[in-house]
Write a protein that binds this ligand. Structure first.
Ligand SMILES: [Zn+2]
Length: 326
């Protein structure tokens, strides 16, 4: 059906909240997709069955045989042993311990199968199909529940000794800062992730500051999301503006470290929190301009993600097209 080098791939983004399975062409076009809830508490066996069910529906709907595919790849949140194809203990998927997900997928379909961490997938996706096309030294930061990272150096995905390079969310930003679930203190994601911003707003509300977010928090059972915070800031809410400025400053401090360490040509900022836009990104970029080494700061462009929520699946697709060769 397809010429060998034009065969599409199936790419899967396995997150703690949702699973996206997509049929992706060699040009990075998402031909069709299935989006389902992860229902993380149901445990690995049930979740994997549901995930592969989504793949089956996708193939059936598109009239594609498994043999027509170049391969299949899962991008999974949390620590992944890419060489062995094992998901170890993802914090947002309770009950998963050393799950050989790559081989489970390979045994089911009998084609080339791969496994990659989702943040490393995102940088591959941006490099091949998104904002980072043609950039030799690229960093992609994903601001979500935590902060993930991925590096392209000299045009290649940089993985480090055991495939763990990119855990930027756990750079120490404040040695006297709060305790992180990773065991360290003052990690970057305690200040500049979506969760951190929401926590900072709650802290200000509890201390009695007047805000439109108080009513929203009451209506939603105490939960204020970064989308709510961004909207309140656009409407001039002082608590929201202060909290975003607080996060943006720390976002900038972490970016300064990355710029000084890696001298990237571009940093792509993605993930849910990045959708806040310029009110978060501009002050963070200003911190880089003020504090990073001038010659390095002049060499870097800091831009929002091109691929948005599709960075994970398109990165998984990119990883399949390069046949997992890294
Ligand atoms: Zn940490």
């Amino acid at each position: 059906m397809f010429k060998n080098e034009r065969r599409p791939v199936v790419a899967i983004d396995l997150g703690g909240t949702k699973i996206i399975a997509a049929l992706v062409s060699v040009n990075g076009e998402i031909v069709d997709r299935e989006r389902i809830l992860t229902l993380a508490n149901e445990g690995p066996e049930t979740i994997i069955e549901r995930m592969l069910g989504a793949v089956d529906r996708l193939l059936e709907r598109q009239g594609i045989q498994v043999g027509d595919l170049k391969g299949i790849c899962v991008a999974a949140a949390g620590p992944v042993d890419m060489k062995k194809g094992i998901v170890s203990t993802p914090p947002h998927l309770p009950g998963w311990y050393a799950v050989p997900l790559r081989d489970i997928v390979r045994d089911r379909y009998g084609i080339d199968s791969y496994l990659i961490n989702d943040a490393r997938a995102a940088v591959l996706g941006e490099h091949r199909f998104g904002a980072g096309k043609g950039v030799n030294n690229l960093i992609c930061i994903t601001l979500g529940t935590g902060i993930g990272g991925g590096f392209i150096t000299n045009g290649q995905l940089y993985l480090g000794e055991v495939g763990g390079a990119g855990e930027v969310g756990h750079m120490t930003i404040d040695v006297n800062g709060p305790r992180c679930p990773c065991g360290n203190t003052g990690c970057w994601e305690l200040f500049a992730s979506g969760t951190a911003l929401e926590r900072e707003v709650s802290r200000q509300l509890v201390s009695g500051d007047t805000s439109a977010l108080t009513d929203i928090a009451k209506k939603k059972g105490g939960i204020v999301t970064s989308v709510d915070i961004a909207e309140a800031a656009r409407n001039g809410d002082v608590v929201a503006i202060k909290a975003i400025a607080w996060s943006a400053r720390y976002l900038g401090v972490g970016l300064v470290n990355l710029v000084n360490l890696f001298n990237p040509g571009m940093i792509v900022i993605g993930g849910g929190l990045s959708k806040i836009g310029n009110i978060l990104l501009e002050p963070a970029i200003q911190v880089v301009r003020d504090k990073a080494f001038r010659v390095l700061s002049n060499a870097v462009r800091i831009v929002p993600s091109d691929l948005g929520d599709d960075a994970g699946v398109l990165g998984a697709a990119a990883f399949t097209f390069i046949k997992g060769e890294i």
